[in-house]
Design a protein around this ligand. Structure first.
Ligand SMILES: C[S@@+](CC[C@H](N)C(=O)[O-])C[C@H]1O[C@@H](n2cnc3c(N)ncnc32)[C@H](O)[C@@H]1O
Length: 246
């Protein structure tokens, strides 16, 4: 009934729908139990993201984010890295290709399935998990590097919990890398959420990460081409910060 990669994704969604019907639950709940959390920005975030990712190509492309690549010199083989809300795997796969030991998670089973395919095709090894960020354990002092690229689905209260989790899960001396859009992106409209409260400013990030040593926190404009999801002149912000050694 289902064939090829697209067919497999259809099968993932169909199975979730069938299980939902059998258990008299909304499909969204089965795809992820936290999905009806209104703090996630959509009524059914997993369903919404699954539908966005249910396409033959990669919504955000297969090449890694340019800001992340520009920080390659800060990364070293053997480091343990966490890729937060990693989507279809472009950034986690690149990190694995740099020799890092990579864990990655995302809410969308469809995205994670595509990420598995990308890793397989690239000969990269990534430990992928389907998980809502609300459920991620943020194990203390576990990672040398935490990478959060375009995770602006979170409104302020959830964002504060995510940022606290990122700090907690970094080892002392570990590095945090963040890329996002600034409010000026509402004029460019070339990607990102159309919600001002989800966007980052330099002051916001400097305040949120005041407990870290901020190595860089810059707002800038650049043209980016990350699939059809992020395409064109964009108002961006990048942060690099180090967790102090106790
Ligand atoms: C703009 S995409 C960015 C994906 C990836 N970081 C990248 O740069 O290619 C945002 C990602 O957040 C994921 N997401 C949305 N809500 C989430 C949640 N509550 N928990 C975990 N991931 C979530 C989506 O599935 C999507 O993959």
């Amino acid at each position: 009934m289902f064939s090829g990669a697209h067919g497999q994704r259809q099968a993932t969604i169909a199975l979730a729908r069938m299980n939902a019907a059998n258990n008299n639950q909304p499909i969204a709940h089965l795809l992820n139990p936290t999905m009806n959390n209104p703090a996630s920005g959509f009524a059914n975030p997993a369903e919404t993201w699954n539908q966005r990712f249910d396409r033959a190509d990669y919504l955000f492309g297969t090449t890694p984010n340019a800001y992340l690549v520009s920080k390659a010199a800060l990364l070293a083989p053997g480091q343990r890295a966490l890729l937060v809300a990693d989507g279809e795997g472009r950034n986690s796969v690149w990190c694995a290709q740099q020799g890092l030991q990579v864990d990655a998670f995302d809410l969308s089973p469809v995205a994670v399935e595509k990420a598995h395919s990308l890793a397989r095709e690239s000969g990269a090894s990534v430990d992928f998990t389907v998980a809502g960020i609300e459920d991620w354990p943020w194990t203390p002092d576990r990672y040398d590097v935490v990478i959060a690229i375009f995770i602006q689905f979170a409104p302020p209260a959830l964002r504060a919990k995510i940022f606290a989790g990122c700090i907690r899960t970094l080892k002392p001396g570990g590095l945090l890398l963040v890329q996002g859009y600034t409010p000026k992106q509402l004029e460019f409209k070339t990607g990102g959420p159309p919600l001002a409260e989800h966007l980052y400013t330099e002051q916001m990030l400097r305040t949120a990460f005041a407990g870290l040593e901020i190595l860089e926190c810059n707002e800038y404009e650049a043209e980016i081409h990350e699939g059809s999801g992020h395409a064109g002149m964009s108002a961006l912000i990048g942060l690099v910060a180090r967790k102090p050694v106790r």
